[in-house]
Design a protein around this ligand. Structure first.
Ligand SMILES: Nc1ncnc2c1ncn2[C@@H]1O[C@H](COP(=O)(O)OP(=O)(O)OP(=O)(O)O)[C@@H](O)[C@H]1O
Ligand SMILES: CC(=O)N[C@H]1[C@@H]2OC[C@@H](O2)[C@@H](O)[C@@H]1O[C@H](C)C(=O)O
Length: 401
C-alpha cells in the first residue's frame, strides 16, 4: 500500500487529529493559519485552537492576486502561474508558522486549505444563459501545499458543494452547527468579512432548519473606496472616517435597489457584483457623484449593515430575536457594528470569544472542521428541505508523495 494512503487511513481512525486550517479571504489582508486539535467528529466534535496567526500579505502578493481577482477577463498565463505560486507560498507560510511555534511538521496530521477565491459565479449572478449552473474558482493548488510541507492536504472545498446542488458557499453552516449550536438559544453567527454572512443555529438544535447565507458586502466596498480616497489606509481605521460622515439616503436607496436583497435565502455573492463599479453605477443613477469622501464611506457602511438586517428580516420577520456572535475583520469597525445593532434592536450582540474562538480565527477553524469530517466523520446533514445546502463531505485530498 502507498505509505501515504496508509497514513491517511490511520489518521482517519485516530480519536483526535491536529489539523491546520488555512483561509485567505476576499479582503486579501493575509493568510489565516489556525492550528487546531479536533477530537471526535460530527456533533461530538471538540475543538482546541492551539495556535493562530494571520500572516499579512506583502504588497507583491496582493498585487499578483488583484491581477486576476473578481474580473471577467484575465490573462490565462497569469492565472496558471498564480495557482501554482500561491499553493507553494501557502505551503511555505505553514512551514514558517510551524517553525515559529516550535512544532515539527510530522506532528501535524493534515492541512485544510481554502485557497484564494478568484471568481465566484452563482447562476443568479453570472448572467450567462449558455451556462445554467453555479461555479466558483479557488486557486493555490493543494498538491503544492502538500508537497512543500510534507503534510496531507485537503483543499478545493467548494466544488463538491456545487456539484451536489449548492452555490459553493457559504460553507460556514456545517462547522458552525457542529461546534457552536446551543440548546435553548437562538443564535446567529455573523461573519463580517469582505462579504458578510450569517449562520442560523436554532435553539431546538433541529438540523433541518440550519442554514448560512451571504447578506451582501461586509468590508469589501469600504476597503476599496478607503484605498482610493485615502491611499495611506487599507481600511477605515476603527470606522472613524465613516463615523465623521453622514449617510446619504438617496445613494443608499440606489445601492439597495438590486434583486439580490429580496432573493430567497440562502444565497451567495462576491466582489464580482459588489465592487467599485456597482457603487459608481448607483451614484450615476442617483446623481450622487459629488458626495464628500466621509459621506460616501458612511453610506457604504450603512449599506453593509442594511444587507445584514434585510437578510435577517427575510429569514425571521421584521424584528429578529437572537443572540448574535460576531466574527471577521468587520467586528473591529464600531461604526459598522453600531449600524447593525441599530437595525436589529431585539438581538443581543457578543463576539465569538464568548463561544471560545477568536473572531479572526473562526473561518480558518471552520475549514479544519470540514477536513476533519471528510477524514473521519460523515456528510453533515443540515438544512433539510432547503435547496442549496447539500449533505456532502467536502475537499480533495493531496498526498505529499
Ligand atoms: N481596526 C479595524 N477597523 C476597521 N476595519 C477593520 C479593522 N481591522 C480589520 N478591519 C476590516 O476587516 C477586514 C479584514 O477582514 P477579514 O480578514 O475577516 O476578511 P476576509 O477573511 O478576507 O473576508 P471574507 O470572509 O469575505 O473572505 C479589513 O480589510 C478591514 O476592512
Ligand atoms: C466564494 C467564496 O469564497 N465565498 C466566501 C466569501 O467570504 C465570505 C463569504 O464570501 C462566504 O460566502 C465565503 O466564505 C466563507 C468562509 C464560507 O464559505 O462560509
Amino acid at each position: 500500500m502507498n505509505p501515504h494512503l496508509a497514513r491517511l487511513c490511520q489518521l482517519a481512525q485516530q480519536p483526535s487529529r491536529r489539523i491546520i486550517g488555512l483561509m485567505s479571504g476576499t479582503s486579501l489582508d493575509g493568510l489565516d493559519v489556525a492550528l487546531c486539535r479536533l477530537e471526535g467528529s460530527g456533533p461530538g466534535t471538540r475543538l482546541t485552537l492551539e495556535q493562530f496567526v494571520t500572516v499579512p500579505y506583502s504588497d507583491d502578493v496582493r498585487l499578483r492576486v488583484r491581477r486576476v481577482f473578481a474580473q471577467g477577463q484575465v490573462s490565462l498565463e497569469e492565472l496558471t502561474l498564480l495557482n501554482a505560486w500561491l499553493g507553494t507560498l501557502h505551503g511555505q507560510l505553514v512551514l514558517d508558522c510551524l517553525q515559529a511555534w516550535g512544532i515539527d511538521a510530522a506532528a501535524v496530521d493534515a492541512i485544510a486549505s481554502h485557497g484564494q477565491t478568484v471568481y465566484h459565479a452563482p447562476e443568479h449572478q453570472h448572467q450567462r444563459p449558455d451556462y445554467s449552473l453555479n461555479a466558483t474558482l479557488q486557486i493555490g493548488d493543494g498538491d503544492h501545499v502538500a508537497v512543500r510541507t510534507g503534510i496531507i492536504t485537503l483543499s478545493d472545498f467548494r466544488q463538491k458543494h456545487i456539484a451536489a446542488g449548492g452555490e459553493g458557499a457559504p460553507l460556514a453552516a456545517y462547522g458552525d452547527f457542529l461546534l457552536y449550536s446551543q440548546a435553548g438559544e437562538e443564535r446567529l453567527l455573523l461573519n463580517l468579512g469582505g462579504i458578510a454572512n450569517f449562520t442560523y443555529l436554532p435553539a431546538s438544535l433541529d438540523a433541518a432548519t440550519v442554514f448560512s447565507t451571504d447578506t451582501g458586502p461586509g468590508n469589501t466596498l469600504l476597503d476599496a473606496f478607503v484605498q482610493q480616497l485615502y491611499p495611506q489606509h487599507r481600511y477605515d481605521p476603527d470606522g472613524a472616517l465613516a463615523a465623521s460622515g453622514t449617510v446619504d439616503s438617496v445613494l443608499l436607496a440606489a445601492l439597495l435597489d438590486h434583486p439580490f436583497f429580496q432573493a430567497p435565502l440562502p444565497k451567495t455573492t462576491g466582489p464580482e457584483l459588489f465592487g467599485p463599479a456597482y457603487v459608481r453605477a448607483a451614484q450615476e443613477r442617483s446623481g450622487t457623484f459629488d458626495l464628500a469622501p466621509t459621506d460616501l464611506l458612511a453610506t457604504l457602511t450603512e449599506f453593509s449593515a442594511h444587507g445584514v438586517a434585510l437578510a435577517a428580516q427575510l429569514a425571521f420577520g421584521p424584528s429578529p430575536q437572537a443572540a448574535v456572535y460576531v466574527s471577521g475583520g468587520g467586528m473591529h469597525n464600531p461604526t459598522l457594528l453600531a449600524a447593525i445593532q441599530r437595525h436589529l434592536p431585539a438581538c443581543r450582540f457578543a463576539d465569538t470569544h464568548a463561544l471560545g474562538v477568536a473572531p479572526d480565527a473562526k473561518e480558518a477553524v471552520l475549514f479544519a472542521v470540514l477536513a476533519n469530517e471528510t477524514l473521519s466523520g460523515s456528510a453533515v446533514s443540515i438544512g433539510a428541505g432547503r435547496q442549496r445546502v447539500p449533505a456532502v463531505t467536502l475537499g480533495k485530498i493531496s498526498l505529499p508523495g
